[in-house]
Design a protein around this ligand. Sequence first.
Ligand code: ZN
Length: 460
Amino acid sequence: MAKSKTQFTCSACAATYNKWSGRCEACGEWNTITEEAPFSAGPAGSSLGTTKGRTIELSDLSTEETPPPRTVSGVAELDRVLGGGLVPASAVLVGGDPGIGKSTLLLQAAARFARMGLKTIYVSGEEASAQVRMRAQRLGLTESPVKLAAETNLRDIMTTLEAERPQLAIIDSIQTMWSDTVSSAPGSVSQVRAAAHELTAFAKRKGIAIILVGHVTKEGQIAGPRVVEHMVDTVLYFEGERGHQFRVLRAVKNRFGPADEIGVFEMTGRGLAEVANPSALFLSDRGTPSPGSVVFAGIEGTRPVLVEFQALVAPSPTPQARRTVVGWDSGRLAMILAVLESRCDVPFAGLDVYLNVAGGMKVSEPAADLAVAAALVSAREDSALPADTVVFGEISLSGALRSVSQTENRLKEAQKLGFTTALAPKGGKAPTVDGITSNRVGDLASFVSEVFGAGHKAKD
Ligand SMILES: [Zn+2]
């Protein structure tokens, strides 16, 4: 039996190491690795011995399982991300940057669920009850039957939940909770994990749905929500840029529904309002077509969403040209620049490149490749695409274009918002949608020369 020794854990991503280092190799964060006692793997003992247990009843795969009964909040954007409502005895983690509006979202959700008849308790470890009540007043929620507590001691909270028997408990935040069985400070990886473990196990045992709030942190002393993702049923991230009023609630894991589903909200003076048609919102401030601006017909979860990519290309004043991306993957941008350069003869050497997704949206679909390439070439050639055009398609390293899923849904959404032309890859099923002309291209070089008259095809 190996003696348990100290290990080093990254507070951002929970990777473990045998020795300390300044940078986490798993997630790339600096100064996030701290020393701590290993998380207990269970009771010691080399084998189960000879004592017999009881025989477990086995079932077969055809056994009919009734779907879990769900409670809907009535906020469609929230219910969809949860997979169709809140499942009893489930554990949900809501992560996000501090100050992005998680407490506002969850206080509104608590009020909604309470109004739908769920006995709801909101435990804040961040603010005093008076502060939560003030927020409730500002949001116009003072009438809802939510019970409040300001507490951080896990034992007291669980005793209270045991006595009150709510159907939903919201814990804001998991980083402020502490268990007296763990010696390290609140917010450490061990404390956060122990608290999450205790609370989720308790929720399952007692049939309470539990929502944990987790702040995404940059400091090494406070553990981030990723260290407890594996313990819960559903992981949601609340995203948005400060200065923008849009907020996106994104499911990254869901045992009871599809992952990748998003809900879109707008931050208003009276809290978060749901946005039923996000495409219109993300495209709302589009004026006349300008070079570098391209509309991408994307899919988020089960829903089509149109977003605008904006690129700026300018001669670089420094030998090391800049590559700046907001809302998209920087590695993917480097790949597309390389493909444009080597397959299409459109070089970006000596040019600064800035790429931005309008409205503070984040896009992760490879289907956005072609829209990004179009924005880059459009900016470089100072030539705007017509305002009624949407673009989508994946680019391979060879410069070939690959067709993407849900073409029909993308086209329908574009048509609904007044677009008349789609630039998309050849191949695959080619559904047609009335009112949209699909312009299908086989490879990136032909796309660049046909649309912008640029690249090597245009020269010969
Ligand atoms: Zn890490």
